[in-house]
Design a protein around this ligand. Structure first.
Ligand SMILES: [Zn+2]
Length: 204
């Protein structure tokens, strides 16, 4: 293939993968960490990897009930590399990517929720999800939608968000996180944000 046609092909493929407008039918749900990667900080009592999976499995059910196709990057306590998570997402057409995490900090007082995005393709998705999470969960601290350079949101071609659903190192917040009430509100809020974003994309 000539350099020129390779370039046009690359542009066309990028255009398909990144189509900014129009409906999407698939949500790639990415439970952070897993297997030998426990997540969080050293000596953290509550394993981040367990709660990212619990929340992601609930989120998958919620999204399917709302008519989305769901693809998960892991469904059990397995190690999946960051590159593999991106390959799974990049193999899907008409998709968005939601990576589920819980935060941690060595200072116990740190708390709150955040939605991270890597570029302008994803800022709206992050803002919609963050505002739904803030309204539903009423956290003491809303850290908002923020730009960051995390691997999985930088190397996925579709709109991508990494949600931090609260601090497992904050005793009070961790206690709330582990309740069914919090988990139900959390996944409904993320799904509401996804639906808000689809409405924006389809103009309906
Ligand atoms: Zn994490």
């Amino acid at each position: 293939m000539s350099g020129r046609s390779a370039l046009s092909l690359a542009i066309a493929l990028t255009a398909i993968a990144c189509a900014p407008l129009g409906a999407f039918d698939t949500v790639v749900v990415d439970p952070g960490h897993g297997g030998s990667d426990r997540g969080g900080i050293p000596r953290q009592r509550i394993a981040e990897k367990e709660w990212t999976l619990k929340t992601s499995l609930r989120l998958a059910t919620e999204l399917k009930q709302r008519g989305f196709e769901v693809v998960m990057t892991r469904t059990s306590d397995d190690y999946v590399s960051l590159a593999q998570r991106c390959r799974i997402a990049n193999g899907k057409k008409n998709a968005i990517f939601v990576s589920v995490h819980y935060d941690a900090y060595r200072r116990e007082a740190a708390d709150g929720i955040t939605a991270y995005y890597a570029g302008s393709r994803s800022d709206r998705l992050a803002r919609y999800i963050n505002s739904r999470m803030s309204a539903a969960l009423r956290p003491k601290t809303n850290r908002g939608a923020k730009r960051a350079r995390f691997y999985v949101i930088r190397n996925t071609l579709c709109p991508a968000v990494l949600v931090e659903c609260g601090f497992l190192t904050n005793t009070a917040e961790a206690r709330r996180i582990q309740t069914t009430d919090y988990q139900e509100k959390l996944v409904a809020a993320i799904a509401d944000g996804v639906v808000d974003y689809r409405k924006y994309r389809t103009g309906r």
